[in-house]
Design a protein around this ligand. Structure first.
Ligand SMILES: N[C@H](CCC[C@H](N)C(=O)O)C(=O)O
Length: 287
């Protein structure tokens, strides 16, 4: 079949966006993986599939597939690309829409300057809901945050990292580092992603605090590797920094691919993610 798609990115986190309302699509994980492959397919960190929602209080449903073909619960940069896509395709005339995702309803809003703000819902801290197995771990406190020491085996050496663990609908483990440019993201990112204490794996964030309103962030993403930006990762890092008493809302997040802004009023409140959403090209591929 010929599949129409739109290539987009949010601060360098890139997507293949597919209208599954006007195209009949029923792919296997291997087919999604092939589409996301940067050599044999179109190439993307994630694939975003736009559907009509069966939920009467939602305008759309959007499904997210990682580069490895696995379907996941949430994607912050993707939510911004999604709302720009449905506006550009004339699938909606609204600028604020309710979107059903695997982890609940989010509400992206297209701003006048072309940026998008997304209500990403409230962060989740209960370990079993992340999910995170705390068995045998001795937690520490920092401010209002609980930090978990995780042991990593690195070339025969044991290294302990201190993680904030939370869910933005998808699982995140965030650590503070002195300098994101020298942090061993390529080495320890995969060890954290696949650690036995994360039964559904995890997105591993590395946060450098510049001041109380500004961080630099790198994220080794579950199922995609390091990306140039991670929206849910930026939410998780800002929330962790605020709970640790290191940051105040709003937080400017400098990712390698661009700048995101996070606002959070505290426990039980939603996290707001603001950032760019860019259409790069339209395409068609025979699959
Ligand atoms: N890049 C996405 C994260 C995708 C999440 C995916 N890596 C996972 O949770 O497995 C974002 O902007 O939030």
């Amino acid at each position: 079949m010929k599949l129409k798609f739109t290539k987009m990115h949010g601060a360098g986190n890139d997507f293949v966006v597919i209208d599954a309302i006007n195209q009949q699509i029923d792919f296997t994980a291997d087919q999604w993986k092939a589409l996301a492959d940067r050599r044999f397919g179109v190439g993307a960190d994630q694939l975003l599939v736009v559907e009509k929602s069966q939920n009467p209080s939602c305008d759309f449903r959007y499904r997210i597939f990682n580069n490895d073909g696995g379907e996941v619960e949430q994607c912050g940069n993707g939510a911004r690309a999604f709302v720009k896509f449905v506006a550009e395709k004339g699938l909606t005339s609204q600028r604020r829409i309710a979107v059903e995702t695997m982890s609940g309803i989010i509400a992206p809003r297209l701003e006048d300057d072309g940026s998008v703000t997304v209500d990403m819902g409230a962060p989740i801290f209960e370990a079993e809901r992340v999910p995170f197995d705390t068995e045998g771990l001795q937690s520490q406190r920092q401010g209002n945050d609980t930090l978990w020491p995780l042991q990593l085996e690195l070339a025969g050496e044991r290294e302990t990292v201190l993680l904030s663990v939370l869910s933005m609908g998808n699982p995140h483990a965030v650590q503070v580092v002195a300098d994101v440019d020298t942090a061993p993201v390529e080495l320890t990112g995969p060890l954290i992603e696949h650690h036995a204490h994360f039964p559904k794996r995890v997105n591993a964030g590395f946060m450098q605090v510049l001041d109380r309103g500004h961080i630099r962030l790198r994220v080794f993403e579950r199922g995609a590797g390091e990306t140039l930006a991670c929206g849910t990762g930026a939410c998780a890092a800002a929330v962790a920094g605020i709970r640790r008493g290191l940051l105040d809302s709003p937080v400017r997040v400098d990712a390698r691919g661009g700048e995101l802004s996070i606002a959070w009023a505290g426990e039980g409140e939603p996290v707001y993610l603001t950032g760019p959403a860019v259409t790069v090209f339209e395409g068609e591929i025979t699959v």
